[in-house]
Design a binder for this molecule. Structure first.
Ligand code: HEC
Ligand code: HEC
Length: 315
């Protein structure tokens, strides 16, 4: 603020306080002289006979008024408010904010120190890390994916073992860091109404359910192989590089009913997961990735040759 405006404000504050003191002084003095003369009126008359008394101010009220003037003066001595005068306490909003932020940063650094150098897989089994990550999830992700990460229509269920964009630690970190954009084209023009019904019946049957119209599903199978398999794979298991979902499991982004599948194929779908690296930083993204990673059994990251033979259960 320029010097002029500082003086302007300081001048106004002084005038204001001086005026209030004067006003109180005048009204308080009036009290004594008027005491004997009986109730005085202001001279205004309403509705014929309604008059307004001009009684002196009650003492308790005056007390409060003087008190608040004293408070204002003391406040202006201690805290900034009187022009450019910074106040004797040296308090400032920026100072208070910096102090609070420094405290918060110190806690975060101390908390996160324990997680440094640990991999996403390690963090996913560390209860302290998951506790912090759950809070981060509630604050940043739950509005779309739900507080239990089960998602909703248009928002993927993150507890699915077949995440569309991949379930390895690196896949999940990349998804959260950079965001994802899924685009399924509309096939109405190519397939026509009947083609859509056929292909939808086939997709319906892929997740182990009996197609509502078996003959249509059989016809849809061929069309799926020509058009859809390019992205969803020949067996409908999806393609994480393209963000094409697995159509053979019970997890659906948009819904599993025949009508919803028809709607998806007819109109196409586009969807966007925002990028978080800039907002949250590497450390928090890693913790969130660990939380998502912990929601389903870990995938076989790189099939180790020796472990390729599964051990039969119960041995
Ligand atoms: C504005 C809504 C929104 C918010 C907030 C959001 N997401 Fe997403 N997320 C989406 C959408 C939509 C998709 C699906 C993108 C697609 O495939 O087209 C998605 C996809 C994902 C996926 C990939 C799922 C899969 O099947 O591969 C992960 C993992 C994920 N989000 C984690 C998170 C985490 C962790 C956060 C919090 C930091 C978060 N999301 C915040 C909307 C959101
Ligand atoms: C160009 C690649 C591509 C082709 C070809 C394609 N899809 Fe898709 N499909 C996608 C993508 C990407 C998504 C995910 C969209 C999103 O994230 O919103 C998707 C989503 C879907 C879904 C929604 C799944 C769910 O979980 O709700 C269905 C159903 C589907 N596709 C069926 C088909 C059928 C049937 C065909 C063939 C007629 C087909 N798709 C062809 C890329 C493709």
């Amino acid at each position: 603020m320029s010097g002029f405006w500082n003086l302007w404000i300081a001048g106004l504050v002084t005038l204001n306080i001086a005026f209030l003191v004067w006003l109180l002084f005048v009204t308080a003095n009036k009290k004594k002289s008027d005491q004997d003369a009986g109730p005085e009126t202001t001279g205004h008359t309403w509705d014929g006979d309604l008059k307004e008394y001009n009684n002196p101010l009650p003492r308790w009220w005056l007390g409060i008024f003087y008190g608040s003037i004293a408070f204002a003066i003391i406040y202006l001595v201690i805290y900034p408010g009187f022009g450019s005068f910074a106040g004797t306490a040296g308090w400032s909003q920026v100072g208070q904010w910096s102090a609070q932020k420094a405290d918060a940063d110190a806690i975060v650094t101390r908390e996160f120190k324990r997680f440094e150098g640990k991999s996403v897989a390690e963090l996913s089994t560390d209860p302290a890390a998951i506790k912090v990550a759950k809070n981060l999830f509630a604050a940043n992700c739950a509005m779309c994916h739900g507080s239990d990460a089960h998602g909703g229509k248009g928002y993927p269920n993150l507890t699915s073992p077949n995440l569309t964009w991949g379930r390895t630690a690196d896949d999940i970190v990349a998804t959260i860091s950079n965001g994802r954009m899924g685009a399924m084209p509309s096939w109405q023009a190519v397939l026509g109404e009947q083609g859509v019904v056929q292909v939808a019946n086939y997709v319906y049957s892929l997740s182990g359910r009996a197609a509502p119209d078996a003959a249509a599903a059989a016809a849809g199978k061929e069309k799926f192989a020509t058009i859809c398999s390019a992205c969803h794979g020949p067996d409908g298991k999806g393609n994480k590089a393209l963000g094409a979902p697995n159509l053979t499991d019970e997890y659906w982004i948009y819904g599993s009913s025949l009508d919803t599948i028809k709607e998806t194929v007819t109109n196409g779908r586009t969807n966007r997961m925002p990028a978080w690296l800039d907002t949250l930083g590497e450390q928090k993204v890693k913790l969130l990735a660990a939380y998502v990673y912990s929601l389903a059994p870990p995938p076989a990251e790189a099939p180790a040759p020796a472990a390729a033979e599964p051990t039969p259960p119960g041995t």
